[in-house]
Design a protein around this ligand. Structure first.
Ligand code: FES
Length: 72
């Protein structure tokens, strides 16, 4: 889905930028140019960034603290 029509940026591109190292909305914005023209996409872009970062933090917490341990 397109998030930013002015720059042609999709939610997938925003997620990919975060997977590749962007850690904030500001970094995503400077990397992809999202919300750099009319700005109408800023709220949705921030939401995608926030959801993706939360998702990644959840995954990292699951890896750092395994919920179950099975002894061989
Ligand atoms: S829709 Fe993103 S800057 Fe216009």
């Amino acid at each position: 889905m397109y998030v930013c029509l002015c720059e042609g940026v999709t939610d997938g591109q925003i997620r990919e930028a975060i997977y590749e190292g962007c850690c904030s909305y500001r970094e995503v914005r400077s990397s992809l140019g999202v919300a750099s023209k009319c700005g109408k996409c800023a709220c949705l872009a921030k939401e995608v960034v926030r959801d993706t970062l939360n998702e990644l933090q959840g995954n990292q917490a699951a890896l750092a603290y395994p919920a179950s341990f099975v002894a061989a």
